[in-house]
Write a protein that binds this ligand. Sequence first.
Ligand code: 5GP
Ligand code: SF4
Ligand code: MG
Length: 455
Amino acid sequence: CGVFGIYLPGGEVAQITYYGLYALQHRGQESAGIAVADGKEIRLHKGMGLVPAVFQDKDLQSLKGYIACGHVRYSTTGASSPINAQPLVFRYAKGMLAVAHNGNLVNAYELRKNLTARGSLFQSTIDTEVIINLLARHSQGGIEDAVHKTMIDLKGSYSLVIMTQDKLLGVRDPHGIRPLCLGRLGDGYVIASESCALDTVGATFLRDVEPGEVVVIDENGLHSRQALPPQKQTCIFEYIYFARPDSRIDGFGVNWCRRQMGRQLAREAPRDVDVVISVPDSGTAAARGYAEELGLPFEEGLMKNRYIGRTFIQPSQALRELAVRLKLNPIISVVKDKRLVLVDDSIVRGTTSRRIVKMLREAGAKEIHLLISSPPILHPCYYGIDTSERSELIAAQKSVEEIAQYIGVDSLHYLSLEGLLAVFQADVNQGFCTACFNGQYPVPIPPEAGKHILE
Ligand code: 5GP
Ligand code: SF4
Ligand code: MG
């Protein structure tokens, strides 16, 4: 998911949030929502679909106020349906509260069970509703105290934008699994999942929100508190695939990281070929790095239809399969009779790569060497990236050789975990979560976890 928040007295906060969410659209395409506070009330508009489909001019104009909180959704707990769209807005003892959440709690089931046993009602099947309930329950001593107490209860990943009728808060879980950053806009402040959203709205990047930190923006300006001790293990997949290349996360430019991954791939698996191509857009930066390192030409060999979204994010397998064919088409003059290196960022189920390779063969490619700028995905993610049940992960079922055969390539190489970490000059489990590659989960996974656990 993507989250966005702004505090800007006198500003058109709903419109600015709309642009901010537009810049975060790659983080979620299932639903979008904006809540605006004017000091007394919170108003909300949300719906299913892409940002421009959810908001018309009149919707934005009706959202009057000086604080806003927005969300784009990519489902990891709870079905893709209107009731599960965010932000969630509720009335509680101290007024009104809005919450937008990026991440995934691993103890949502247990927390909800305890809450319902004490009489709480739930209308959605998302973990975020557990958070807003806890905030309300802990609200006695004010919102900051409520956030602190709630953080102690939560296990898993959460980057949150929280809004009361007169305050804006940004919260990042103690592992900092999902990104969150802070910017300055005029006399106000902006909080966003990624810095590309700050750039888009003309805000200046100030810094990342630290793991375990809570930032609070209100009439007294900005203050912050380290609510829980940091144990930083940011999702490395943000750099490999999820985040936008023009974003900077915790000091690393995403595009730069992907190029380095490509260079590292070239050192691990140089191939004697005519041309390097990528699966756009997620494989492009790594493909350029690969080509640079070996002095090979990089060319656009697959044309992408820019009017369809991320295939992976389509919730059902049937839609995903149709979407691959809609999305990519080979450029025959680039690939015909050529020996190719094809670079992509990851293989999850293997269906995308298999179809692409078939298309390239039909277009006359002579050899295809597939290079993947991440290690094999062997374990599911429980922290907010929808990388499937183990049974659907092709690398958990087949050897590299078998995968090469299934996909139909002449050779296949995955970036090593050491090679990936070398890009960041990091050691295993130091600073980054790599659980989907090595199974070492920074937050233990209870037996009740998974996408449909609250249904
Ligand atoms: P698959 O192997 O399942 O057919 O798809 C892999 C492709 O899906 C890659 O090109 C990757 O860029 C894309 N993709 C889209 N969303 C995700 C995601 O959340 N995780 C992973 N690993 N790949 C994704
Ligand atoms: Fe990211 Fe993988 Fe960790 Fe999930 S398991 S948070 S995708 S590194
Ligand atoms: Mg891709």
